[in-house]
Design a protein. Sequence first.
Lengths: 308, 306
Amino acid sequence: MLTYALVAGVLFGLYFSLVGIGLNLVFGVMRIVNLAHGDTLMLGAFIALGVVALFGIDPLFAVPLAFVIFVLAGLLLYWVLVPRLQGSANPEMLSIILFFGLSQVVEAITTIFAGTSERSIQSRLLGTVFTTIKVRWFGGKPGAAGPIHIMGQGFPAPWVIAAATSLIAIALVYLYLYRTRLGTLTRAVMSRRDEALATGIDVDRVSAAAFGIGLGLAAVAGVFAPFMFGSVTPAFGADATVTSFAIVVLGSLGNPLGTALGGIVYGVCYMLVQTYLSSWADLLPYVLLILILLLRPSGLLGRRVRVA
Amino acid sequence: MPSAVKHTLFILLPLIVVFAVLPGVYQNHLLLFNFVIFLTLAQGVNIIYGFTGYLPFGYVGFFGAGAYGFAIMVMHLQSPALPAVLVAGIVGVLLGLLLTPLLRLSGAYFAIANLAASLAVLHFVANPALESITKGPYGVSLTGTFNPTLAYSSALAVLALTLVGVVYLKNSGFGLALQAVREDAVSAAMAGVNVVKMRVIAWLVSALVAGLAGGIYAWYVSVFYPDNVFSGEFSIFAIVFALFGGVATITGPIVGVIILYGIYNLIGFTTPQYFQLIYGLLIMGLVLFLPAGLVSLATRRGWHVP
């Protein structure tokens, strides 16, 4: 039981890292609280639902689709909303309210088109592309992938696939931030916005890219949401946002590896509480978030950040 | 005439008199009651956000805690309603005290931590394991103390007290000191302002207001579930109303509540999704085009707005 909880915690944790990492980018670069982050996840889930309903193919194909759509949406949204916001007296506070408004709009529009019912995808559909390839190339019988065995315990295949995808996405974010020019500029803006501006970095371009990538990653995480959480509704976004915040703060701002660690710590705690104290599991993200904010506001791996 | 007296005579008094007279003329008492509650909450947000700059995104935590403080007094100690309302206020203040460490956080960190705190209180109260105390997620029913007329009067009294508080903040050295802290805490401390004490007082007053309002709300509705009294809408509405009118003024939140909550009730009865859509767009428009509230339309022209 303990091994199960721990391994499941790591699998969920990797997924939770992917959930939080986009928020980390957006908040780290722009000091903007994207309260519509959870709604991006929800929309990603609906893209997966759409792909399955329209084409009946593996929801994994929704991953690149969701990413591209939301990078573009993020760029557009950035240019519409953010420059105006940055011009106001207190952008950080007002961003909370602005993006709350946006999340309401997104939730309302989704509800108008999709209704409030809970939607889910049959979990055997995820990963069918792998079994098909296996059958084509190596022979063998086509059939639903069974549970995947890790350390003698069986775990649902979607959990493992989501964790693997998250790992790849986090590695790509790491490469982007530390091995590309735009990524280096992004880190510069993250650490000192004013100085970055003074050295002639096009802060707006860097921020727009970070915003787009942040939303894109959230949408990719959303594709797996129906499998990880069982089902999604248009109202799913609000809780997802708070959870993402817990993860991001638990790791540290502006550090993708921190978010990965935060996600895993969160996932393991979550699974342990679920296993041993299930009626209090709902409290966990909130209590964890408050404790971390009070005891170590810079997160587990962070430099010291602002404390009033 | 000193401006504090002027503000009391020309803003506070007329508002209270109007809301005291209206139930005799207008039949929808629940609507009037909700107006009074939101006027109180918006002013409570005004005290903490307008004067200190802390955005209480989980303001409803105090409101819900107050409501449950009231409910527990009535259910377990068979207390009469008025003392239970006082206890509700005290519960609000106690929760505020418990959360004072959050004031060490700044900006978005505070807002998010406060939101998390309110959700933590909600999940705590609604936990089935505490059914014997709070009735968990199954809700409470307080038919014994049901007395809407008296509850309405008490709500009005709390509103009046809150307004007195805001008039005081607007016209006193204390309020000025708070605003100085909001603009630049370090400079204010250099000028001899006790930053921490000031902030904590404003925070606790704000919590007290929400706790009292929550207790009276519980008294008035008498049957409610945790999700009702901890609904994020209370926080959001109070913040948006205050912001729409303009914070750090006396009239701003009042105007905000009357206009926006008025609109809400005019259009709020159609499909909830369309309403949510309009509301979301309104909030976004407000932040993008009128971030300092309606009063900024006047102050931009150089008019003084109390």
